[in-house]
Design a protein around this ligand. Sequence first.
Ligand SMILES: [Zn+2]
Length: 342
Amino acid sequence: MIEKILPGIFRIELPLPDFALQTVNSYLLKGDERDLLIDSGIDEKECRAALLKALRELDVDLERTDFFITHFHEDHFGLAPSIASNRSTIYLTFPEAVYWEDLGRWKAGLVHGLKNGFPEEELKKFINNTPDFLKKFPLDEIKEAVKFYEGRTPSRKTRFQIIGDGEILNVGKYSLRCLMTPGHSCGHICLYEPNEKLLFSGDHILETITPAIFLWSGDDQNPLADYLRSLDRVFNLEIETILPGHRRAFRNHRDRILEIKKHHCRREGEIASVLDVNGKSAYEIASKVSWNIPLPWDKFTVELRWMALAETLAHLKYMEQRGKVKSISQGSKNKNLYCSSC
Ligand SMILES: [Zn+2]
């Protein structure tokens, strides 16, 4: 489905088979010399066919098209490496590149899950179900982009190029300013067009879905704190229209930001009410939170439980930083427990 937003700006809605989200948006901006595609959909047959069909209808030449990736979640970047031509540039941010160039972090995340109470049997199931996207990940190209960015000499040509806060991409009459908005992912980035007051928001702000904030491993990250700061950044901008990564365009971004903040406050209250002085694992806490999923906890798939754990951990980290919860290690396997901070 193609929707014209403004002259030269199109929303392409792509199917996400097997995802609760159902669809994801790609945005095409037509330029004089080159076009820009913001996010590319997932690397699956149905989505690929829909994107290629839309690009044909919009008379797009992939040799003259560059790609901007708001974040490296598979529904947003999946197709970019395989449909970009050798002349295309694929823009991504440094934190995102560094995070994904080391798939060892994925393993560290699994260990962290175990430490926080995720049952070993479920973890095995989860690993078996892991999608193929990690196997197809363009690791080598991303590593070269990081080398180039750090001033080292890349050993081969890469289409990936690191882009950061404040940089401008000009496409046709539109001037797009990069706005780093970490939180939903560590290197999430939006594009702001000040003349038309547009924000291509990726998954930073969505209208009817609360973007999930995950903590995947035990390192120094505090993604919820980052996310709330990133919301404040966008709150202050003059925006007429938000062009989100999922669903339709919407207005009144400040109202939506306040709602999202309220949601996180409520969830924090709920987590605080589950805590006691003896300590509980994050997994046990997650099982007692009321998620926006119409199923009881024992009917959650292993993937849903894994995400619920990561969201709970993001909250616990944010609470711990503000002295609202204490974490303690227990037992020979160094299990983490969280207790109210009395
Ligand atoms: Zn998404």
